[in-house]
Design a protein around this ligand. Structure first.
Ligand SMILES: [Zn+2]
Length: 352
């Protein structure tokens, strides 16, 4: 779930990428001894997700699972057939609830008879969203998007999708093993520490191994695009951007610049602190742009084209609106913007 806000060429030049190309579908690339990289396709503008296989000596840990599609399942069978050296999978770790990460958790844990490890909030979100097929879910979304001032045709597209999460995940396991912030656990001979990130997802687990100096970043930090930070209909007064920026600062304290970062999208890279600084600057620039655009009261729908200048499909529009709202909400928190309400209930934003 990202909005494809691309990174400037000079920003990419500040990072180093030890692997020039990703593994082909159904194959693995070794990024460190006992740590293999594979890719699964995604049928969106964002066309892939990176997953990780960690050798435990007598078995494997899988990190993240891919979207629930027949194509991804077939690729998993290829991996099982030739990339596991005849050893069993012992557990599945999922970084966060988004469908490209949690999508096949139910299928993998059932097929392989292994436990799911993830944080409590991510498991609860996955369970909750995968089970909600009520009309009230759609009505709540329609109310939320009404306040943005978007036209009825666009709102109807959102309503027509119902709850899209349900369609992209296999049944989420009924039980899980909890990962907690700062907990360490062994994967084979190495200790890995859980570092929680917020703002992109509620309790996103990153993993860091001191010995290998490797970070499995999930979507918390990505090299080429800015992770989506959005307001959603279930928490319309939330402040995800404040949470995200605080998490970036914490990651910088907890994980060294030298770490090899394994992101869920794009290529493995070095330059974590530089990337964190770039992301923080990116959001500050967006905040300033929005502030300047609201000299007069504006609705969210009027402001979306300021942040997103290209044509967006329906899938991207949901993220674009959510991301714009997250920035507007943060400006309100900072006292740089005020939020008003028109007689019809639509919110307007004006710089202070
Ligand atoms: Zn995500």
């Amino acid at each position: 779930m990202k909005t494809f806000m691309s990174t400037r060429t000079q920003d990419l030049a500040e990072l180093s990428f030890p692997h020039a190309a990703p593994p082909a579908p159904g194959t693995v690339t070794v990024v460190a001894p006992g740590l293999n990289w594979l890719r699964m396709p995604l049928p969106f503008a964002l066309d892939h997700i990176n997953l990780w296989l960690l050798d435990e000596g007598d078995g494997w840990t899988i990190v993240d699972s891919g979207l629930e599609t027949d194509e991804t399942k077939a690729l998993w069978h290829q991996i099982f057939g030739h990339a596991l050296d005849g050893k069993p999978v012992k557990r599945l770790v999922v970084t966060h609830f988004h469908p490209d990460h949690m999508g096949l958790a139910g299928w993998l844990t059932e097929t392989l008879q292994v436990p799911l490890w993830c944080t409590q909030t991510e498991w609860l979100y996955a369970r909750m969203l995968s089970l909600d097929s009520t009309d009230a879910f759609v009505k709540n979304s329609l109310d939320f998007y009404w306040r943005t001032g978007m036209d009825n045709a666009t709102r109807e597209i959102f309503a027509g999708r119902g709850n899209p999460y349900r369609k992209r995940v296999s049944p989420v396991p009924h039980r899980y093993r909890r990962l907690s912030d700062r907990e360490t656990f062994a994967i084979g001979r190495h200790e890995w520490r859980v570092v929680i990130g917020r703002g992109h997802a509620p309790e996103h687990a990153c993993l860091y191994c001191v010995e290998l100096d490797i970070m499995i970043a999930g979507d918390q930090v990505l090299p080429k695009i800015s992770p989506n930070v959005s307001l959603w209909a279930n928490e319309p007064e939330g402040e995800p951007l404040a949470l995200y920026l605080a998490s970036l600062a914490a990651l910088k304290r907890e994980i060294p610049e030298s770490a090899l970062v394994l992101p869920s999208h794009g290529l493995p890279f070095r330059g974590l602190h530089r990337r964190i600084d770039q992301l923080a600057r990116h959001h500050e620039a967006r905040l300033a742009e929005l502030e300047a655009a609201c000299a007069e009261p504006r609705t969210c729908a009027e402001i979306v084209p300021v942040l997103f200048r290209r044509q967006l499909d329906a899938h991207q529009m949901g993220f674009a609106v959510g991301e714009t709202l997250a920035h507007l909400q943060h400006l309100v928190t900072l006292g740089r913007m005020s939020r008003g309400e028109r007689a019809d209930g639509v919110y307007t934003y004006r710089q202070i």
